[in-house]
Structures are given as structure tokens and as C-alpha cells.
Design a protein around this ligand. Structure first.
Ligand code: ZN
Length: 203
């Protein structure tokens, strides 16, 4: 599979429809950054949204993966095989991202707590170093939490409990939403009900 060819083909089909990257992204419920990544061949559309994308662009999955219009559609089986392969890759990618996220959160929290505790312990001996350690520890924790939220935003989707719509919310919404574990209170872009939305790995 030639990802660059597929990317150029997506861009071509999108322009033929007179859509901007942002407009296409909105139709699918993803970020325009993702569309830009496909079109430059840096990533492939997730399997879970590939059918939706093909439907909008008026092409088959087979054509998308081949990167050009196919006159005689006679290798449907091949496309299905490709699709299964891609679903597997996507799940693996998102699982890896989740693991990396957990590692970053806990190691970051450990480092910052260590600095804060050290700062506290030496407070009576060296107040300047102590304050610096505590402030720096706090700063590390803030950066850590922010980075973890960005990572979380980039892996998988959120599912509305009400209408079961799965989507990628704006990064800002993910960072500032009240959450327990990976579930967050978000507003559904489809039914606009505000509720706990569950994190899911595929669309
Ligand atoms: Zn909904």
C-alpha cells in the first residue's frame, strides 16, 4: 500500500467535491489535522471511519487503498482483507497510546511528588532550593497532566451514552472536562446532550 498515493487521491476527491479539509473533517466528526495527515501520507484513515470517508468521497475502499479509480471492481475480497488488517493495526496503535499515556501520567506524578516531598523535607535547611523544588515539582505535574490529556485526545473516540455517536471532541474540551478515569463529561455534537461519555478505541 502506498500511503502517499492514497493521500493524494483523498485530496483529489475532496477537491472535486469542493470541500475544504475542515469541511470534510466536520462531516466525519474528526479533526482537520487528521485529514491533513492522511493527505500528506503521514497516516491512513482509521478503519472505523474509512467506510464513512469513502461514502462521502464517492469511492470504494478498494480505490482508496489503491490510490486511484478502479474501472473494473473485481477484487472486493482483497479490500476486505486489507480492511481487517487495518482494524487490527488501529487497535494496536490505540492500545499502545493508552499504555504510553498511563506511563507518562504515573512517572510524571512520581517525579513531581518526589520533588515536592524533597522540597518539604529540606525546607528548614535551605528554603530557596526547597521553594524551587516545590514550584518545579508542581510545574512538572501541570505539564504532565496537560500532555496526558493531549495524548488521550489522540487515541480513540468518545461515545455518547444517549445516541451512541462516536466522535473526537476538540482537544480543549478533553483537557477541561470533568473526568473519572477515561470517562468524561462532554456535550455530544450529534444530540447535544451533556453526559458522561465513554472512551472507546474504535469508531
Ligand atoms: Zn448523543
Amino acid at each position: 500500500m502506498d500511503m502517499e498515493k492514497t493521500g493524494k487521491f483523498i485530496a483529489e476527491c475532496r477537491k472535486d467535491l469542493g470541500l475544504t479539509q475542515a469541511a470534510l473533517a466536520e462531516k466525519i466528526g474528526i479533526t482537520d489535522r487528521a485529514v491533513s495527515k492522511w493527505e500528506t501520507g503521514r497516516s491512513l484513515p482509521d478503519a472505523s471511519i474509512m467506510l464513512e470517508l469513502c461514502d462521502i468521497l464517492g469511492i470504494s475502499v478498494n480505490e482508496l487503498l489503491t490510490g486511484e479509480k478502479i474501472a473494473n471492481e473485481n477484487y472486493k475480497e482483497l479490500a476486505e482483507k486489507n480492511l481487517n488488517e487495518i482494524v487490527k493495526i488501529e487497535k494496536e496503535k490505540n492500545t499502545k497510546l493508552e499504555k504510553a499515556e498511563a506511563f507518562i501520567i504515573w512517572s510524571g506524578v512520581a517525579v513531581s511528588l518526589f520533588m515536592i516531598v524533597c522540597g518539604f523535607l529540606i525546607a528548614s535547611d535551605n528554603s530557596i532550593v526547597s521553594i524551587a523544588l516545590m514550584y518545579f515539582g508542581g510545574a512538572v505535574m501541570l505539564v504532565d497532566v496537560f500532555y496526558a490529556a493531549v495524548l488521550e485526545h489522540d487515541s480513540g473516540y468518545y461515545e455518547c451514552q444517549n445516541c451512541k455517536y462516536r466522535y473526537v471532541p476538540p482537544t480543549k474540551a478533553v483537557i477541561f472536562a470533568i473526568h473519572v478515569g477515561s470517562d468524561r463529561i462532554l456535550r455530544c455534537p450529534k444530540c447535544s446532550k451533556k453526559d458522561w461519555h465513554k472512551k472507546v478505541l474504535t469508531k
